[in-house]
Design a protein around this ligand. Structure first.
Ligand SMILES: *Cc1c(COP(=O)(O)O)cnc(C)c1O
Length: 455
């Protein structure tokens, strides 16, 4: 069987984020596409469409790449945390736990999913700019590290944790004056961000926490953006964080963890060219090491929080093509049986994707089509200007790179049930998320008696 990459640009099996399709993608003797040893069209027949498919080998390869690079390039201890907002489920939590990694959560739901999936509380970090008392309490009780994002967090926790009880493990989040939105990169003294303390508040907060018996400050945190293709912003971040680390230690906090956030980009379309996981980690590890040497600081434990670059490439979404509409001289729409409810990224961020007909990915293109979702929004378009062979209704189309921020951002818009999800590995497919049914969507509707027609 031949290895397969949608545009034949070659695969980088050591860094999944640099590939368009999962690293196990293959073409069989009939020209059909397999992932994780499973025929994609067969999965569509068996589980229905839309279907989220997650390739376990690709996900584990990404975990491995982070772990190996941290070991190779950083002299101190290190830990990669999976930013579970990218895709939160029991099976993902369980895979992350088995890889020895930690996990980031931002809600009680994500915390619960991580704990039930086997990630120990000691390896979980709770983020959020407006954590509820319940979320804080749940995190504290489970030994989860809490990221102090603002004064409100400090006030709530100091009220909540009784005198003499075990102190809460804390990380302090600040805005480093570096912000990166894909191709824009800005450095300023202050940032317009809802997350974290401003740099010039740092000393005051550190002093306040020093006199708080309920608080044990273990780490400092900053996160500068997502889908980043440059290494420079994180190098600059290392210096800013080392200054903060020096200050915290001088003020008497035995801070051991330096958490540089996530943000490494992935290849969604052929023209995307993100650095490899190894290059990204190397850049950060070297910058942190150098920044600490210059300031004569004992090396902290280096923590990073990848989300997208861990899971995006392992995911494919399968849809069936239904109706077709040709507008002469303008465009041809192929409509699929899902759309913005299972993948809100195109309508939200104008995100680009790559796709193919899974039973004949190598057939030559005969026309340019637009893949439209089935929702009542003209903007519900998943891919624009996709070259495809003439396609029959009923054929299965696979959209690549949907492992991150698809399922986790899905909705029931138009009361469309969420897709099922399967994990594939070595020819085996396992259901990991059941398909919702229309009646499931009524579970939480309540019709008060006075609205029920009598008779
Ligand atoms: C979203 C987020 C991440 C993960 O970002 P990716 O771009 O998916 O790697 C990490 N840390 C924090 C605090 C985040 O908000």
């Amino acid at each position: 069987m031949a290895k397969y990459s949608p545009y034949e640009s070659g695969q980088d099996p050591l860094s999944p984020n640099r590939n368009l399709s999962p690293i196990t993608s293959e073409i069989d003797g009939h020209g059909r596409m397999l992932v994780g040893g499973c025929l994609l069209s067969e999965l569509a027949d068996r589980y229905g469409t839309p279907l989220y498919v997650l390739d376990e080998a690709t996900l584990r390869a990404a975990c491995c790449a982070y772990r190996n690079a941290l070991d190779k390039y950083y002299g101190g201890e290190s830990l990669a945390l999976y930013a579970s907002k990218a895709n939160s489920s029991l099976v993902l939590s369980s895979i992350i736990a088995s890889e020895g990694m930690g996990l980031d959560a931002v809600s009680e739901g994500e915390l619960l999913t991580a704990l039930k999936g086997g990630v120990p509380g000691s390896k979980i970090v709770l983020h959020g700019n407006n954590k509820s008392d319940q979320e804080l309490c749940f995190a504290y009780q489970n030994g989860v590290t809490i990221v102090i994002d603002n004064q409100h967090d400090i006030d709530r926790l100091s009220e909540m944790i009784p005198q003499g009880k075990r102190p809460a493990n804390l990380m302090l989040r600040f805005t480093p004056g570096i912000e990166c939105h894909t191709h824009e990169y800005i450095r300023t003294g202050h940032l317009d961000s809802k997350f974290g303390f401003d740099l010039d508040q740092l000393e005051k907060v550190l002093l306040q926490l020093r006199s708080s018996s309920w608080a044990k400050l273990n780490g400092l945190h900053a996160h500068i953006g997502s889908q980043i293709f440059e290494l420079e912003p994180h190098r600059d971040l290392a210096a800013v964080m080392a200054d903060a680390l020096k200050l915290a230690r001088e003020l008497g906090h035995p801070v051991e963890d330096l958490n540089v956030g996530g943000g490494l980009g992935v290849k969604y379309v052929e023209s995307d060219d993100p650095p490899s996981i190894e290059e990204w980690v190397k850049g950060i590890a070297e910058a942190v090491t150098e920044a600490c040497e210059v300031r004569k600081l004992v090396l902290p434990r280096l923590i990073c929080e990848p989300g997208r670059s861990l899971v995006a490439t392992s995911g494919i979404t399968l849809y069936r093509v239904g109706s077709q509409k040709k507008i002469p001289g303008i465009r041809k729409y192929l409509s699929i049986d899902g759309g913005m409810s299972d993948n809100p990224r195109p309508i939200t961020y104008e995100s680009k994707y790559t796709a193919c007909l899974v039973d004949r990915p190598l057939s030559s293109a005969e026309e340019i089509v637009t893949i439209a979702g089935k929702h009542c929004e003209s903007g519900d378009v998943l891919l624009k200007d996709l070259p495809l062979p003439y396609c029959r209704s009923g054929e299965v189309i696979g959209v690549f790179g949907t492992g991150a921020y698809n399922s986790s951002m899905s909705s029931n818009y138009n009361r469309i049930p969420r897709p099922a999800a399967v994990v594939v590995n070595c020819g085996q497919a396992d259901l990991v998320q059941r398909r919702e049914r229309p009646e499931d969507l009524l579970r939480f509707d309540v019709l008060p008696d006075r609205f029920v027609e009598l008779g």
